[in-house]
Design a protein around this ligand. Structure first.
Ligand code: 9WO
Length: 253
């Protein structure tokens, strides 16, 4: 089934960055998934088309009104029901959410439909959470000015995993993180750039040695930069060997 991605956002035009460029743009153009935007301003009932108001209790900034968001989310759900999707997962992008990782991306690619909510200002009226089952997802411990860029990053991560989205079908399987490790270094032509050589092993034509070198590099980077990723992952006999070799090398340097 073709996945349908619905997004509720005050800035639907921003999603051209996702829909018109690169891997995600091609996937959407080729019909590998559908993207539909819902502007809460179109669901306002007052003459000023108001979407925000001052926070109860005072303080700086504005809060997104419950009603236009509620109506926009309900419209997205209704559209999906007409396509035969009954209980789509709703995702609100916020720094308070569950931290996104590749495992959650893979879990979400199994959904035939998602409704994403991109907030603005200081956030949304809390009562939205009582009307809709919103899963809060965070890309990390930082704040940007709205949920649109995080929503696009999440959608891009999802779309590139749809079969046929990447030209080379092995690319996603060989991604950094597909295997729970950081990526190995990459090189392309020329063989020497400003006196800096490409490692000889990569030009040896020995595919087994190349694979071994790449695995060792990936393990070494993960050990140095993100040791907690190794804790979370079981290692093959070969990986344990390479890791032991790396630890010995580190101690003799
Ligand atoms: C703004 C703000 C201003 C003063 C004091 C506290 C404040 N918090 C916020 C805030 O969190 N604004 C959010 C902006 C409201 C929801 C949408 N916005 C958002 C989402 N910023 N950053 C994200 C986000 C989402 C997912 N992963 C990382 C960041």
């Amino acid at each position: 089934m073709t996945p349908s991605y619905h997004v509720v956002s005050l800035f639907p035009e921003m999603f051209a960055a996702l829909a018109d460029y690169g891997v995600s743009g091609r996937a959407i153009r080729n019909g590998l998934c559908r993207l539909r935007l819902w502007d809460p301003r179109d669901f306002t009932l007052d003459a000023y088309r108001t979407v925000d108001d001052r926070p109860f209790g005072g303080g700086p900034g504005m809060v997104m009104l419950a009603e236009p968001l509620d109506l926009a989310l309900t419209a997205a759900k209704t559209a999906l029901r007409r396509e035969g999707v009954d209980q789509p997962r709703l995702v609100y992008l916020s720094p308070q959410g569950r931290k996104l990782d590749q495992a959650l991306v893979e879990e979400l690619t199994r959904e035939t439909a998602l409704v994403l909510l991109a907030g603005r200002y200081e956030g949304i009226d809390e009562r939205l959470f009582e009307r809709h089952d919103l899963m809060e997802v965070s890309l990390g411990d930082f704040v940007v000015s709205g949920g649109e860029l995080p929503a696009m990053a999440l959608l891009d991560a999802l779309i590139r995993l749809i079969p046929g989205a990447l030209g080379h079908e092995d690319s996603a399987r060989e991604d950094s993180f597909a295997d729970g490790l950081l990526d190995c270094p990459h090189y392309t032509r020329p063989e020497t750039y400003l006196g800096l050589d490409v490692p000889a092993i990569l030009r040896s034509g020995n595919h087994a040695s190349v694979a071994d070198w790449r695995l060792k590099q990936a393990l070494g980077r993960t050990l140095r930069r993100r040791p907690e990723l190794l804790q979370a992952r079981s290692l093959s006999a070969r990986e344990t060997e390479l890791l032991d070799a790396l630890r010995r090398e580190e101690n003799t340097e």
